[in-house]
Design a protein around this ligand. Sequence first.
Ligand SMILES: NCc1[nH]cc(CCC(=O)O)c1CC(=O)O
Length: 332
Amino acid sequence: MARTTAPFPTTRLRRNRRSPALRALVRETVLTVDDLIWPVFLMEGDNDAYDVPSMPGVQRLTVDRVVTAAKEAESLGIPAICLFPFIEQDVKTEDCAGAWDPDNLSNRATKAIKDAVPDIAVMTDIALDPYNINGHDGFVVDGEIVNDRTVDALVKMALAQAEAGADILGPSDMMDGRIGAMRAALEAEGHSHVSIMSYSAKYASAFYGPFRDAVGASGALKGDKKTYQMDPGNAEEALRLVERDLMEGADMVMVKPGMPYLDICRAVKDRFGVPTYAYQVSGEYAMLQAAAQNGWLDGEKVMMESLAGFKRAGLDGILTYFAPEAAKILNG
Ligand SMILES: NCc1[nH]cc(CCC(=O)O)c1CC(=O)O
């Protein structure tokens, strides 16, 4: 693109910033409710909710309450809701069998939402960590997180979620080969219409701390996830992972976390031009909320500015715990 900026004072770039009307005319990117995916936490029980202490404003919800939340999301125009189950420590196992149980909490919530609010898209999470006594996304054998056996289990999990009615499957496990294995199984089992949004470039990040509290994985996790999640120093590798997942059948790709990795978001979108999303993760949410609660930042303004940043970076959408609050503001 040729840049034609004449010297001062012929060009005064402030001219276009002079009024709200002029700023609106020249704005390059805008956030809309269509860009929002709302992650929610599930728990067992009836008509109950539990405040997640490290995520002010976020609650774990029982299935009936999540149906109400989905109705609210739909009425706000939010296109998708993403489910994460909280599993009690004493029902976690080493074989993670709960993960592919057709009647597990996540699958029951998917069915209930699709029955009551069929038009909202339901996204699910594929990884073993909520069910794993070791807190890892894969099976642990002799201290190692094994890949191929984990992929077999993730495929079973994917099929159970597709059967329950999930619209978008979100593999967040970072095992190798899982997208191709899931895509083949979905095709073979009559779920060819189900989308996969791969957590392709998922970094081994300290920003996931509050999420692990929310799903009850903090106490369970032994060690860290560095042998499968990405090293924060790497960018080229992110592009290789995205390319690999697209070749294996991912319909959409994700970068995670969001704000510290906007360079990766931009690079992925520029290189591949496919539907690309970021996850503004629990720690990003927690730090903005904590500063707002202390009166150190204007919570509403930093929320909207942080979300606008994802659009400017080229993204098609954002998974954010702010979704309902942001939607209310966007809807005026
Ligand atoms: N597979 C688990 C998973 N899926 C989404 C998140 C993090 C989301 C957040 O922090 O908001 C994590 C945590 C992790 O990898 O430990």
